[in-house]
Each structure stands twice: as structure tokens, then as C-alpha cells.
Design a protein around this ligand. Structure first.
Ligand SMILES: Nc1nc2c(ncn2[C@@H]2O[C@H](COP(=O)(O)OP(=O)(O)O)[C@@H](O)[C@H]2O)c(=O)[nH]1
Ligand SMILES: [Mg+2]
Length: 360
């Protein structure tokens, strides 16, 4: 039977990177992999990136899996009816929780005889542990509390003794979950992650998670969303990589000055020089490039898709992004033209289904 893996975890934890690394591994082993991306807006950097790496990509836009359950179900039904995939990897919105009740159990109830649900996997960025406070900290904690498998990513970013101690700390705090460390970027231990997904389904007892929806909603609402496409050009040519780097660097520094948390700020830059993705997952951090490389050959035109989630009001986010684009224009010798900004604070989560745990 096909497997369906739901990946959750806070913004920037590495869900997309993990999904694509696992997708490549499964494909290399002869598996047929489909990927489903999800976010509150449309025009997703993740989808662009996934389409570059995996042939079969669907997306659920304008709401999370729980609030758009039927959109998710339509994609799953189509994949099952056409027999196209033996592994479906679905990435939930990074500010979502309560997925056992609102996504996993409803999927099991509907498709239990047609697919196997892998352990609900919460991806964790070590740099976020014990850092988020208030309602955001609550949301982060609930994401860990509901996991069958806690996959602690970015092992490459810490000395190994520190990373090991963090795994022990998480194991002690979540004795009901399987805890695994790995690096999606380097591909280290991704095979172990995949083994957990394709092995025996979770045996632990299904338990109801206590979620205070008012706190969950407050955390969601704190993170404003901005989604915008910029057309950048220069008759004499410019470096698309440099433009995007300076834009993100400037935005990152501006959020740090204001004391705002960046959930993620990411861009997909398309130009004749190819596709580059860059992201920042903490205010003040420099952008991380994928792939890394020099500034690249000059191009006359680039299309830059920007997705940001940060704790400032949507209208502030719009002006911060405008200022960042201005800085980038100056640095790269280009002129950027903004498309319409889709900027909003997500509304109260209202899941379509919320099923209790099966009796013991
Ligand atoms: N150092 C390091 N960075 C990673 C790793 N996996 C992902 N990242 C980076 O984390 C950022 C967010 O990754 P992404 O997959 O978009 O996270 P998502 O928001 O959870 O989907 C990107 O800059 C990735 O390059 C990893 O194993 N090590
Ligand atoms: Mg993602």
C-alpha cells in the first residue's frame, strides 16, 4: 500500500529540504514519489523548488491542511486513483499544530484501506529550541508534543556533543516519541528517517493532544505573511544572486533592529542564470543560498518570488520589503518593479475535522 508521510514543524525547520532529500533517495531506489506543499498564501517558493526536484508536485494553498482538508483529500484521492505514487510526502504549514486530530485521523478514517500513514513527523531546527516564547513557544511545544517521530535536523550546524545533548534533552521531554538526528542538507541519516517512514507504522497509543485554540490562533496571527513577485531588470545586466542576497540581508537586519521574529523569509530567483533559492530563518542572520556559488553571470532580467513570515504587522512588512528592494537595487545596479503584495495575518484556525483518539 502507498505510504503517506505528513511532515510538520516550525517555519524554517527544514521540512521542504527534508522532503526533497527523502524524495530523491526514494526515487533513486525506484520508488514513485509525489510531494504536496502547503501554505497560507499562493505562489509558494516551496512549490517552485519542489517542481525543480520532483516531477509530481501538488499544492494546497490559501490555508493549512486542517482548514483545507478537502483540497488535500482531492490531491490524495487523485494520486491513489491513478496509482501514481508509492510514497506521498506532504508538508504542513509551519505554524500549524493539532495535526493528529485534524489531518492524520481524518485521513486514516477516509483512506485507511488504501494507504498507510507514516508516523507524524515533526522537524526541529536546533536553533529554535528553548528560544521561542509566549504563544509562539506554546505552538512550538505543541508541535513536538503531538509527534510520533521528532526529527531534529541541521546536525551539521552544531558541534556533535552539543547536538547529542540536545537529542537527549528532547528524548527526556518527549518519552512517547521516537527521536532522530540528521542533516537534510548534507543527506546524513536521511536514510534512517526514510526507514522510519517505510517501516512498521507507529504502534504507540493514540492520545488526545490538549490544544488551547486561542493561544494557537494568537501564535498564527502574530506571524504576518507577505507574498510578492518582483520583476528586476537592468539593461546593462546585473547579478540576480547579488540582488536577492542584499534584499534578504536588508530585510533580516531591519527585522532584527525592530526586535521582530522571522519565521522565514525566502526567495526563489529565476533568471537565465538558473534558479536560486535563499532563505533567512532568524532575524539578523545572513541569507543561506541554495545552491551556493559566486555572484553569477550578469542577466538583463530576473523574476524574484518572495515569501515572508515575521512578527510585524502586514503593512509594516510591506514597507520593510520595499526598503529592502531599494537597497538591493542600489547594490546590484538594477531596478525592481513590485507586483501586487499579498500581505495578511492568518485568521483563526477552523479545522474541517477534529477527531478524538481511538479508545485504548
Ligand atoms: N545547516 C543546515 N541548514 C538546513 C538544513 N536543512 C535545511 N536547512 C536550511 O534551513 C532553511 C529552511 O529550510 P526549508 O526546507 O525551507 O524549511 P521549512 O520552512 O521547514 O520548509 C533553508 O535555508 C535551508 O537551506 C540542514 O540540514 N542543515
Ligand atoms: Mg517549506
Amino acid at each position: 500500500m502507498p505510504r503517506l508521510v505528513v511532515l510538520t514543524g516550525f517555519l524554517g525547520a527544514g521540512k521542504t529540504t527534508t522532503m526533497l532529500a527523502a524524495g530523491r533517495l526514494l526515487t533513486a531506489r525506484g520508488g514513485r514519489v509525489a510531494v504536496i506543499t502547503n501554505d497560507q498564501g499562493s505562489d509558494l517558493v516551496d512549490t517552485q523548488l519542489a517542481r525543480d526536484a520532483v516531477p509530481d508536485v501538488g499544492e494546497v494553498t490559501d490555508g493549512c491542511f486542517c482548514c483545507r482538508f478537502e483540497d488535500l483529500a482531492d490531491l490524495v484521492t487523485d494520486l491513489l486513483d491513478t496509482g501514481r505514487a508509492d510514497a506521498i510526502l506532504a508538508e504542513a504549514v509551519g505554524s500549524c499544530t493539532d495535526l493528529q486530530a485534524t489531518v492524520i485521523r481524518p485521513l486514516r478514517a477516509r483512506y485507511g484501506d488504501r494507504l498507510t500513514l507514516a508516523p507524524l513527523t515533526t522537524i526541529v531546527d536546533p536553533a529554535r529550541v528553548d528560544v521561542l516564547d509566549g504563544d509562539l513557544g506554546y505552538l512550538f511545544d505543541r508541535q513536538l508534543a503531538e509527534a510520533n517521530l521528532i526529527a531534529v535536523n541541521k546536525s551539521d550546524a552544531l558541534p556533535s556533543a552539543e547536538f547529542g545533548a540536545l537529542l537527549d534533552q528532547i528524548r527526556r521531554g518527549h518519552p512517547g516519541a521516537d527521536v532522530l538526528g540528521y542533516s537534510a542538507s548534507l543527506g546524513e541519516h536521511v536514510d534512517e528517517l526514510v526507514a522510519r517512514w517505510t517501516g512498521e507504522p507507529p504502534r504507540g497509543r493514540d492520545v488526545d493532544l490538549d490544544v488551547d485554540y486561542d493561544r494557537y490562533a494568537a501564535a498564527e496571527a502574530r506571524l504576518s505573511w507577505l507574498n510578492q513577485v518582483w520583476q528586476v531588470s537592468a539593461d546593462g545586466g546585473f547579478s540576480a544572486r547579488r540582488w536577492a542576497h542584499v534584499a534578504l540581508e536588508s530585510l533580516s537586519a531591519a527585522c532584527a533592529r525592530r526586535g521582530d521574529v522571522i519565521g522565514h523569509a525566502k526567495v526563489a530567483v529565476r533568471s537565465p542564470a538558473g534558479l536560486i533559492r535563499m532563505s533567512v530563518v532568524a532575524a539578523g542572520d545572513p541569507p543561506r543560498h541554495e545552491p551556493t556559488g559566486p555572484d553569477g553571470p550578469p542577466v538583463a532580467h530576473a523574476t524574484v518570488l518572495l515569501n515572508v513570515r515575521a512578527t510585524c504587522p502586514p503593512e509594516d512588512l510591506e514597507s520593510l520589503v520595499r526598503a529592502a528592494a531599494y537597497d538591493a537595487d542600489l547594490a546590484a545596479g538594477a531596478a525592481a518593479r513590485p507586483g501586487p503584495a499579498d500581505a495578511f495575518a492568518p485568521s483563526y484556525p477552523r479545522p474541517v475535522h477534529r477527531l478524538p483518539a481511538a479508545p485504548a
